[in-house]
Ligand binder design. Structure first.
Ligand code: CTP
Length: 399
């Protein structure tokens, strides 16, 4: 399963480092290549000699090899790896990773990594519970990193509680799961829309909404991470493209978004319409800026085209179509109406009444309803995790 996979294990200063030789044995047995990077103080917890012998590679600790002056390139390491596991990760390294501190080889490699990043905390129960540690973990999860949560048990301090690093066999299982999941959408062409649309009133004013585009961008990132070819049609947002493998088509208005979608759609296996498309646009766009002294009392509007409904009309049996519903009342009823009327396979219901969910937040709380009648209610989570939940449901529906 892991044949030829290149895995970096970053070890930090924690007693749980004694488990890493076992993790290496399991990974090597499964066919992986393993490269160890240690933080300088981790060497007091497990010997580089043991690790180098088991991995059959020199252990990297410093930016320069003190003997022959050779430079260890974190950039090359970041490109080389198919997966980066930081285990055990101390509260100190967690906080540094969450804030972009880069004062050792392991931290610079984390910043350069293009592969999935996993981290397995190991620390005292009170340190793990501390709001600072929690904030670091949440921040790392929002980057799309995955946590192998510590488990309950006896800790090195003698105290009982949550803080023990997972056992090597379970760590192996998570790693194998990541590689299986990674391949789920390989060869699939996926069309995703994100952000608001702006409907021009005059050259400087528009009708728009508060959508940040974050949900659609996180879905695009999750899809690429699982091997899909993604075209992201994005309305105006301040977000950076999350991955250079994504083809980004920037649009402004609903009619531009409609045109871009209709061009890509015939080739798309899966389409996810996360954009908050404006429902109305001004009937006439004024070509010169409206001057306030002249005043204006009303703007005549006309409905925009319902892009999702149009995609639903043109859907083939092989295509999967996912819509969003943003509701304030009669939520489930309205979502079901959209699922049926727009010929969707899945609808993701966002409630504007949930705290921390919806426009602008980094978190979201959704209910996913499928055309087969399945209803999955999720808790408040970082948007990347919500994206992963949506992908899991798409996988089920596609079978
Ligand atoms: N949508 C679309 N084109 C529009 C309006 C909405 O493609 N002109 C899509 C959205 O991207 C979303 C779904 O339709 O996936 C539902 O959007 P929502 O705003 O919740 O509902 P509407 O259909 O616009 O209906 P209403 O605003 O009355 O709730």
């Amino acid at each position: 399963m892991l044949t030829g996979k290149k895995i970096i294990i970053g070890i930090t200063a924690s007693i749980a480092a004694y488990k890493i030789p076992f993790v290496i044995r399991l990974l090597k047995k499964a066919g992986a290549e393993v490269q160890i990077i240690m933080t300088p103080s981790a060497v007091d917890f497990v010997t580089p000699l043991t690790l180098a012998t088991l991995t059959e590679r020199p252990v990297l600790i410093d930016f320069f090899d003190k003997k022959d002056g050779a430079w260890s390139s974190h950039i090359e390491l970041g490109i080389w790896a198919d997966l980066l596991l930081i285990a055990p990760v101390s509260a100190n390294t967690l906080a540094k990773m969450a804030t972009g501190v880069a004062d050792n080889l392991l931290l610079t490699t984390v910043l350069s990594a293009r592969c999935p990043v996993l981290f397995a905390p190991a620390m005292d129960l009170d340190m793990y519970k501390h709001p600072t540690t929690k904030a670091s973990v949440d921040r790392l999860l929002s980057f799309g990193y995955k946590q192998i949560k510590p488990v309950e048990g006896e800790l090195a301090s003698g105290l009982m509680g949550c803080g023990r690093m997972e056992e090597p066999e379970n760590i192996l299982q998570v790693i194998e799961g990541i590689f299986t999941e990674q391949l789920s959408f390989t060869g699939k062409k996926v069309l995703i829309t994100a952000g608001p649309t702006h409907e021009a009133i005059d050259p400087v004013r528009y009708i728009g909404n508060h959508s940040s585009g974050k949900m659609g961008y996180e879905i695009a990132k999750a899809m690429v991470n699982q091997g899909a070819d993604v075209v992201l049609v994005s309305g105006p947002t301040s977000l950076n493209i999350p991955d250079s493998k994504i083809e980004l088509l920037k649009v402004t208005s609903a009619s531009e978004m409609h045109r871009a979608c209709m061009t890509v759609y015939p080739e798309a296996d899966i389409t996810i319409m996360a954009a908050a498309v404006a429902d109305f646009s001004p009937a006439n766009v004024v070509s010169n800026k409206l001057k306030k002294e002249k005043g204006f009392k009303t703007i005549d509007v006309v409905p925009t085209i319902d892009i999702l409904a149009d995609l639903g009309k043109n859907k083939s049996d092989k295509q999967i179509l996912v819509g969003f519903a943003l509701e304030t009342d009669n939520e489930k009823q309205n979502a079901l109406k959209k699922l049926n009327n727009k010929n969707l396979d899945i609808i993701v219901l966002n409630s504007m009444t949930d705290k921390g969910a919806g426009f602008g937040y980094d978190t979201n709380k959704v209910t996913i309803i499928t055309k087969n009648g399945d209803e999955l209610i999720f808790g408040l989570k970082p948007k990347y995790e919500v994206a992963q939940d949506i992908l899991t449901v798409i996988k089920k529906v596609s079978k």
